[in-house]
Design a protein around this ligand. Structure first.
Ligand code: ADP
Ligand code: MG
Length: 318
């Protein structure tokens, strides 16, 4: 039995995927037809993109799915050349399935440069007679148009509050846990529609006790107390940039937070910090910019420091 719950509880069938009903309905229709176009799965992490690609393949090929499904991660492999070589090798071996095509799942396709995507597009065309590509990405806007137009695009959404609650109850039942309503609410709040996050946090919480309450979840979550983030912003607003920078580094080190976690918590916190509307709007705008740049791959610490510098400079003494 797999001990990592995200794998142990990964749905095997399309019908078992939570919270993506419209997408699943269409994927089931493809499975019934025994044919699929190239697919593009876009959406946030932990919402079922990989799971759906696997489940679709299992329903297409039955027990033989492993011979007809090939998974690559665009961000693992260095450059498009490696990807092309692997795809070529895989595509060249003929498929024994009645469907007549094999599936290539390319995860994190949006990590490829546009040149690499152009090459990928040619590869897709070259092998389209015996391969179908399923591309997965966080942002479809980062996928070049010629690829998007060759794919049926599916937009995965954050899982709703109800969906996450159902999922947590599903695992709690499987693991014979008792869990309080408050604990579930906190899990829902922290995981923000990301079922991988919810599952991992539930497993960490359950590692010390099988009777889980809010406090157990709080201790298991490496979340900064909202107060810590607010303190950092206040320090910057008082004009003490170096001190706020130190507090930022403590957040990275003490809580092991990623830049993305921090920027999201900053975004939530600023609504609790008293300041006039005009300032709030400017700050939200600046946060949005930093978040965008981080998503585009620029250095997280530099972006966050720049944000603090901006707050110290423009917000403090005006
Ligand atoms: N829609 C979903 N329904 C059920 N479980 C899910 C769903 N999305 C994510 N999970 C859980 O999170 C894990 C990771 O999901 P995955 O499909 O790999 O997410 P991603 O969208 O990042 O590809 C799964 O193994 C499963 O445990
Ligand atoms: Mg995935």
């Amino acid at each position: 039995m797999n001990s990592i719950w995200t794998e142990k509880y990964r749905p095997m069938k399309l019908d078992e995927v939570y919270g993506q009903e419209r997408i699943i309905e269409r994927l089931k229709a493809y499975a019934e037809q025994g044919n699929i176009p190239h697919l593009l799965f876009a959406g946030p992490a932990g919402t079922g993109k990989t799971t759906s690609a696997l489940a679709l393949s299992k329903e297409l090929y039955g027990d033989n799915w492993k011979h007809n499904f090939f998974e690559l991660n665009a961000s693992d492999e260095r450059g498009i050349e490696v990807i092309r070589k692997k795809i070529k090798e895989y595509a060249r071996t003929t498929t024994l399935s009645v469907e007549g095509f094999k599936v290539i799942f390319l995860d994190e396709a949006d990590s490829l440069t546009s040149e690499a995507q152009a090459a990928l597009r040619r590869t897709m065309e070259k092998y389209s007679s015996n391969c179908r590509f399923i591309l997965s990405c966080n942002y479809s806007s980062k996928i070049i148009d010629p690829i998007q137009s060759r794919c049926a695009v599916f937009r995965f959404r954050y899982i709703s509050k109800e969906g996450v609650t159902d999922w947590i109850n599903h695992i709690a039942e499987g693991e014979e846990l008792t869990i309080t309503e408050d604990a579930i609410n906190l899990l829902v709040q922290i995981s923000e529609g990301d079922l991988r996050k919810a599952t991992n946090l539930l497993q960490i919480s359950a590692s010390t006790t099988d009777s889980i309450d809010e406090e157990v979840v709080r201790q298991s979550a490496n979340i900064a107390k909202p107060g810590d983030i607010e303190k950092m912003i206040n320090t910057a607003m008082e004009g003490d940039f170096m001190e706020s920078r130190g507090q930022l580094y403590d957040l990275f080190v003490d809580y092991g937070l990623s830049g993305n976690d921090i920027i999201r918590q900053i975004h939530k916190s600023i609504y609790n910090i008293p300041m006039d509307n005009e300032r709030k709007m400017k700050l939200v705008d600046r946060i949005g910019e930093a978040e965008f740049r981080m998503v585009q791959g620029s250095n997280e610490r530099i972006q966050l420091e720049a944000l603090l510098a901006h707050i110290s400079k423009d917000f403090a003494k005006r």
